[in-house]
Design a binder for this molecule. Sequence first.
Ligand code: NAP
Length: 526
Amino acid sequence: MAIAINNTFPRLLPLRLPKVCVAVTGSDATELVDKAEAAVRDSGFLEFRLDYLSRPASAASKIKNFTELHPQVFSVATCRRKAGGGRFQGSVAAQLQILSRAANSGCQLVDVELETAERAKPAALQKLRTRAALILSYHDFRSSKKLEGILERMARVPADFYKIVTTATTLSDNVTMMKFLEQHSDRHSLIGLCMGEQGIISRVLGLRAGSVFTFASANPGEETGPGQVTAQELRSTYRIENLDAATRVYGVAGDPIAHSLSPIIMNTALRRENVNGVYVALHAKSLADLMACVREIPIHGLSITMPYKEAILEHLDNTDSHTAQIGACNTVVRAQDGKLYGFNTDTSGIVRPLEQRLSLPAAKVLVLGAGGAARAAVFGLKERGSEVYILNRTLAASQKLARAARARFIKRADLKKFTSFDVIVNATSVGMGNSKDAPLSDNEINARFLFEMIYDPPETRLIQMARARGVEVIPGIEMLVQQAARQFEIWTGKPAPLDEMLRVARLAMQERTARKAWAKAAGKKK
Ligand code: NAP
């Protein structure tokens, strides 16, 4: 027997439900239940998305077998209509009948969207509610507005849970959702979150704000809503079941941000060092929006990436002299008094891997590029006493940087006059993504070490050419991890678990490269 729900104890149900409900889909009942069997290994709470089935009415007996086999598992039956973001196209009566059968098959909860509930006969809804707890749901696929008004409208329909899912078009929409949850969760059992890439904050911090539970996908690629993350990510990366009022929030802010490896690297470090903190990717379309979130959530530490490393400076209360000199900040700390301080840890990202391999005071280093990353390299290396040469496509930029850092600039045509460097640092963007270009030609790579800042792809054309010439390569992932390690130290005052951070970063990169290769191969087959 599945755990029974009846009207004698629906008030206790929110306390007993696990915090993450895993949405399970399938094109037929067999696939649906097979996926449920896989999900149930790690989850005690599932949502059967019956509207994804080609014949939603056909699943009852298979669901019954499943619930009898797993009496400890809680399950929600959902048969969402197309207008509500689902796939069901039948009548309201047919929808309620499917849900009723699912309830009879052991699903302890059923989800009915507000629009259906308003069209259904109240008696039919209440009859359904005698068999299963009713989640009344509302979805807004465009915005996160008028949440109070929506709840008022929903509260006219008696239900056990009120679920409000909106869309975040700004980071601040998450703040709106979380404040709403904080204000109303003592009167209603609420489930609230924002969809979309920008809604990740509400998915991670919604429970802390008062959402009874949240939703996750079973596997990558099986999302039932925009921006949904996997249950595994919510549990292991974000540790959402452990977040509490004292949890400090950190994040990486940029535009775009979806492919950032920082959340996996930083959350791994926070977990490994037992820091009560969580780190999220913040897709900031404007700095004003980001800064509002920093104040309201509040956010205790930020990694800043493209395109905000320079523009963030005017929003800070202070920076160290090194950061001011470079003119770019990649790390923000919120002090206890609420003031924001900026640092640049890209320098550590460059200097630390080099110091592990050679003596910098005596080193002759060629830096390719004169942008933000090159500035961090040039100032950092000069500070360590290296002899630094700058080569950049735009001569004026290399001259300006050389003047500011008391380094030397060289023209490409003069490169052949130099027999050799100890290190060549590629701080240009040449070779990124799918590009097969390199900033130097084969016979210009005369050095003991090549430090390639680019980490995606892990093997650039420049790296391949360097290896072929017997030059030792320092890959960009080391810079990424070392600058993150320094951020971790600044934020937490603890030494960073460097090896573990490097391990997960490499693994994530390998998985990404494998996924790309798989997608390319699948594309060719079509
Ligand atoms: P940026 O400020 O935009 O500077 C880009 C630099 O690349 C400029 O010097 C630019 O020269 C040069 N460049 C661009 N296209 C070129 C081309 N076709 N031929 C020759 N030179 C070209 O960028 P950034 O923030 O400094 O980043 C530079 C690289 O470092 C990027 O690949 C970035 O991903 C990488 N990076 C890695 C890490 C890490 O953790 N591993 C951290 C930061 C940055 P002009 O002045 O002539 O335009």
